[in-house]
Write a protein of this length. Structure first.
Length: 173
């Protein structure tokens, strides 16, 4: 299957002393609006604040009860996290941990990445379970690889997705 999709990462915006906000825009079909993830970046690490999910003509805005610190700083294997979000017609429960480190290649260069695993359950109009593994390069502050698997129903209609995203380069452009 050919590569499909793009992630555009906005420059971090200052939000006060030692705090920034950054939005990642995920496009599967470049002719459609992206799904957006907003991160809070502090000396403690990277935390998910909210997600705007756009698919099949629907938009769901999920706001976490409190920012979910997915990568602590400095990263440590064994770090655990959990969080809950309200998405209007459904809710999200997420938990995960940094499970180890692994060498991976980005643009022909070897990088050491922290492996972050996350399990997500939704209930309400969207009822699903998913697992996601991210490889995070802390030298470049980038998610260099992501694999996710999701299965569930939306208003009674079954769906399933399996997605792999691989970063081509650590250089802008």
């Amino acid at each position: 299957m050919p590569a499909q999709g793009t992630i555009v990462v906005d420059a971090a915006s200052p939000q006060g002393a030692g705090s920034w906000t950054q939005v990642w825009h995920s496009y599967i079909d470049p002719s459609q609006p992206p799904s957006d993830t907003t991160f809070s970046i502090t000396p403690a690490g990277y935390a998910v604040v909210s997600e705007v999910i756009r698919m099949a003509g629907q938009t769901f805005t999920c706001t976490f009860t409190s920012p979910m610190l997915v990568v602590n700083w400095p990263p440590t294997v064994g770090h655990q996290f959990s969080g809950a979000a309200n998405c209007g017609s459904f809710t999200v429960q997420a938990s995960g941990s940094i499970t180890g480190t692994q060498q991976t290649t980005v643009g022909g260069s070897s990088v050491t990445a922290y492996v972050v695993t996350t399990n997500v359950t939704t209930s309400g109009s969207v009822s699903s379970t998913s697992s996601e593994t991210d490889w995070v390069d802390t030298v470049h502050d980038l998610d260099v690889r992501q694999q996710s698997h999701e299965k569930g129903t939306y208003q009674g209609v079954a769906f399933q997705s399996d997605v792999t995203r691989i970063l081509d380069s650590t250089q802008p452009g």
